[in-house]
Write a protein of this length. Structure first.
Length: 322
C-alpha cells in the first residue's frame, strides 16, 4: 500500500481502523469524527481493538479465519457492552431494527448485522490493508515492550469509561443478564479463534482467478448484505421474518467465506488481495457521495464525498503499484 516507513505499522493500523469503521462508513461524518472527543474515543476503541486483534492472531499463529472471529468478539464488546446498542431499542442508528427482531431485551437482527460488520470492516479489512502496506513485517508482532501492556489498558479503559458515558448520554443502562450474555459471547468467540487452525483459509485447491473476480465477489457480497439487513426488515412483516433475515444474512456471509476459502491463496499476488479489499469497501466509497446529498439525515454529512474520493484515489494508486 502506501509506503510510509517512518510510521510504525501498529500506528498505521491504529489510525486506519476508526477511519474505515466510522468515517468512511458514514457512521461518524467528518464533523463528528474530527473532534477531540470523537477522535480520541473512536481511535482508542477501533484502533486499539484492531491492533490487539492482529497481535493475538500473530502470537497465536493463526490466520484470517481467527482474525474474523476475534473481530466478531470486538464487535460484541463495542456494541453489546460499551454502547449497548444491541440492547437499546432507541439507539440512534438502530431504526426499525429496534423493534424488528427484538426478543428478551435484545435487538437480534441488529446484533447479528453489527457483529458481522465489525468482524469484517472494522477489524479484518484494516488489518489486511496495513499488512499489504508493510509486506516485510507481515509475519511479525507489532507491539513490543511497554506497548504490550499499554494498548490493552487503553482499550479496556476506553470501553469501561465509554460504558458509563454512553449510559449517561442515552439514558439507557443495559440490563445485567444481557450484559453478561454479551461478555460471555465475546469470550467464546475469542476461544473459538484460538482453536481454529491457522491454515483454515489456506486449504483451498481451486486455481486462483483474475483479481477483478475477487473485487466483484466482495463488492456484490456487500450489496447483498446491505439489502438483507437494510431493506428486508422494512418490507417483511410476518412473525418469522426476523429469523428469516438472520438466516439469509448468515448463509450469505458463510457462503462468501467458503467460496473465497476454496481457492489456493498460496498462489495469490498482492493484486488479488488489493482487489479483494477494494471490493469490500467500494460500496462505502460509492455511498459517501450519496450521504452528503441525503437531506433526510439529521447529522452533518459535509465532507463525506471528500472522504470517499480520498479512498478511491488511494485504492486506484495502490492498484497501480501492485
Amino acid at each position: 500500500m502506501l509506503k510510509l516507513p517512518r510510521i510504525p505499522p501498529a500506528l498505521a493500523l491504529f489510525l486506519l481502523s476508526p477511519v474505515v469503521g466510522e468515517l468512511l462508513s458514514g457512521s461518524a461524518p467528518p464533523a463528528e469524527f474530527f473532534t477531540v472527543f470523537g477522535f480520541t474515543v473512536m481511535s482508542l476503541l477501533y484502533g486499539g481493538g484492531a491492533v490487539l486483534a492482529r497481535e493475538l492472531k500473530i502470537r497465536w499463529g493463526k490466520g484470517v479465519g481467527s482474525l474474523l472471529l476475534i473481530g466478531a468478539a470486538y464487535g460484541i464488546i463495542e456494541e453489546g457492552v460499551m454502547v449497548a446498542s444491541f440492547q437499546n431499542p432507541n439507539w440512534m442508528d438502530v431504526g426499525v431494527l429496534g423493534s424488528f427482531g427484538r426478543w428478551m431485551g435484545v435487538n437480534w437482527v441488529w446484533a447479528v448485522e453489527l457483529t458481522i460488520y465489525h468482524a469484517i470492516v472494522s477489524i479484518t479489512v484494516p488489518v489486511m490493508l496495513v499488512e499489504l502496506a508493510y509486506p516485510h513485517r507481515k509475519e511479525e508482532a507489532w507491539l513490543h515492550g511497554r506497548w504490550r501492556q499499554l494498548v490493552p489498558f487503553l482499550f479496556l479503559g476506553d470501553v469501561g469509561i465509554g460504558y458509563f458515558l454512553f449510559a449517561e448520554f442515552t439514558g439507557y443502562a443495559p440490563p445485567l443478564p444481557q450484559l453478561v450474555l454479551f461478555i460471555v459471547l465475546s469470550i467464546i468467540f475469542l476461544y473459538l479463534a484460538y482453536l481454529l487452525p491457522g491454515d483454515w483459509v489456506r486449504r483451498g485447491k481451486r486455481e486462483m482467478r483474475s483479481p477483478r473476480y475477487y473485487f466483484m465477489v466482495t463488492f456484490l457480497g456487500s450489496i447483498g448484505s446491505g439489502f438483507i439487513f437494510g431493506v428486508l426488515p422494512e418490507r417483511l412483516g410476518f412473525s418469522g421474518a426476523p429469523i428469516l433475515v438472520i438466516f439469509i444474512g448468515v448463509v450469505l456471509i458463510f457462503g462468501l467465506f467458503r467460496t473465497l476459502a476454496s481457492y489456493d491463496w498460496s498462489q495469490a499476488t498482492p493484486l488479488h488481495y488489493h482487489r479483494l479489499l477494494f471490493g469490500s469497501l467500494f460500496i462505502f466509497i460509492l455511498f459517501s457521495y450519496l450521504q452528503e446529498m441525503d437531506a433526510s439525515r439529521l447529522d452533518d454529512t459535509t465532507g463525506m464525498s471528500i472522504v470517499g474520493t480520498i479512498f478511491l484515489i488511494a485504492f486506484l494508486w495502490l492498484g497501480r503499484k501492485k
